[in-house]
Design a binder for this molecule. Structure first.
Ligand code: CU
Length: 474
């Protein structure tokens, strides 16, 4: 790669760069600081001999500003705007709103058609006034700047085969796929030795995906013509469309995957397989190996939480993979009047954005009512809440604002409709939750995130009253 001079570079997971640093002053040891993108931590080495010179501390990331902008650009159904080749090769870093030290770069000029963002940009300009002007002119490395020192053209006679992949996922459920299919749902992609594979990638998700191809270097068609750079990782940003190409000149099976390992394990990957490959002595049963890889990419993961509160004990457990969800929740009061109940749902998420989940369920409840007291739901149906064992069918649908609408029909004919949302961000660490249903039950609560696995909660529940407690989650 030809050297380029930049002030800032973001290195995608598994990307490599050679960085040449010129020490401006002898007898000074300069701090070279690296942070994760969210700046929650940092590591540094000192380059040069002598008095230590610390790097300027990095300003805090404006995380919520970045999220807000993304939300503005997202359609109601959760897909993103496809801006075509207008957005490619990291030239327009959508995330720059999050970096106070470089906010106010040229991005918003290019984004004229998004009015909301323009307004945002103006705002940022204001807050930028007291910053030295050189700060906002920082040059960030993008792929369009990369150029190979030698020609990288592929053989002209080779037949070109075009492939298209859309990087898909659901941020809310944290599932990732390509063309809305995980590896477990796809066959290997057969390729022929000698052909050129030209791959168009469109990232229709809100996260970056460093796509890595094993066994080959690919050309990034970034406008450098014959000198297109060669890489084996392409860090594709949200909403970008990038084109890469490589000549099929090897043998065997090669993995193409997002190198963020959670995304990879969730299913954002494919296998390219050369037709008529020589048998691999290390891999005697290729079929079995692929099945194993497929199984690994769509494993069930376990989540659980429990709220130990003054008015009862409630929690939930979930076992989920890309499509399936087995969830059970419980509310256990400390006396018969408050009651004990549990609900279990087994469902499958349908459709590309997974807003819809039909399920079958099972309910067990016990609550002691006062003598002569009869509870009716909104439809006038008598509640059997005092003692019930019920099977049900229903569905959950995610409405805009991530509110879940749930409709459930029990085998005694009772119907329950419910609206719910958990994890409404009020501030960085404060979350709100609410639930209301046609059994005339309601709940509202707050949770303060004290640590990764622990929170302080308070809530009001129509069955159990007011309480506060400690929430543990896994
Ligand atoms: Cu990814």
């Amino acid at each position: 790669m030809e050297p380029v001079e930049v002030d800032r570079l973001i290195i995608g997971v598994s990307e490599t760069y050679d960085v040449i640093v010129t020490i401006p002053n002898e007898n000074i040891s300069y701090e070279f600081l690296a942070t994760p993108e969210d700046r929650t931590n940092a590591t540094s080495i000192f380059i040069g001999e002598g008095v230590k010179q610390l790097a300027n501390p990095m300003p805090k990331l404006k995380y919520f500003e970045g999220m807000k902008m993304m939300n503005n650009m997202m359609h109601m159904d959760g897909t993103m705007d496809d801006m075509g080749m207008q957005m490619s090769f990291q030239k327009m870093d959508m995330n720059t709103v999050m970096y106070p030290e470089i906010a106010g770069n040229s991005m918003r000029n290019k984004m004229g058609k998004h009015e909301k963002m323009n307004a945002k940009g103006m705002e940022m300009n204001h807050s930028n006034h007291n910053m030295p002007s050189k700060e906002s002119n920082r040059i960030t490395l993008n792929y369009a700047m990369l150029k190979s020192p030698t020609k990288t053209t592929l053989s002209k006679e080779a037949p070109v085969r075009e492939l298209h992949f859309e990087l898909t996922g659901n941020m809310n459920r944290y599932v990732w796929s390509m063309d809305n299919k995980v590896l477990a749902e796809t066959d290997k992609i057969l390729i022929k030795k000698g052909e050129v594979l030209r791959i168009t990638l469109y990232n229709n998700s809100m996260m970056r995906h460093p796509m890595h191809l094993h066994g080959h270097d690919f050309r990034i068609l970034n406008g450098q013509g014959e000198y297109a750079p060669l890489k084996n990782v392409l860090d594709i940003m949200p909403m970008e469309t990038d084109v890469i190409e490589f000549e099929a000149n090897a043998d065997g099976d090669w993995f193409f995957h997002c190198h963020i390992l959670y995304h990879m394990m969730a299913g954002m990957n494919r296998v390219f397989s050369y037709e008529n490959s020589k048998p691999n002595p290390y891999l005697t049963n290729k079929e079995k190996a692929y099945k194993k890889l497929q199984a690994e990419s769509n494993r069930f993961h376990f989540m659980a939480e429990n709220d130990f509160a003054t008015n009862g004990n409630d929690g939930q457990m979930m076992l989920q993979n890309t499509r399936w969800s087995l969830a059970t929740e419980w509310r256990l009061g400390y006396n018969d009047h408050h009651g004990y109940e549990s609900e279990t749902h087994i469902g499958r998420y349908i459709g590309r954005n997974q807003w819809f989940m039909p399920f079958i369920g099972f309910d067990a409840r016990y609550r002691k009512l006062d003598y002569g007291e009869i509870e009716k739901n909104l439809f006038g149906q008598t509640s059997t809440k005092d003692k019930r064992l019920q099977a049900s069918i229903g569905f959950a649908y995610t409405l805009p604002m991530l509110i879940t609408f749930q409709s459930e029909l029990y085998h005694d004919g009772n119907v329950r409709l419910q609206l719910m949302r958990e994890d409404i961000p009020i501030s960085k660490r404060l979350r709100m939750a609410f639930m209301v249903n046609t059994d005339k039950e309601y709940m509202a609560g707050f949770k303060y995130i004290a640590g990764k696995n622990i929170g302080i909660t308070t809530h009001y529940d129509s069955d159990m009253g007011f309480g506060f407690g400690v929430n543990l989650n896994y």
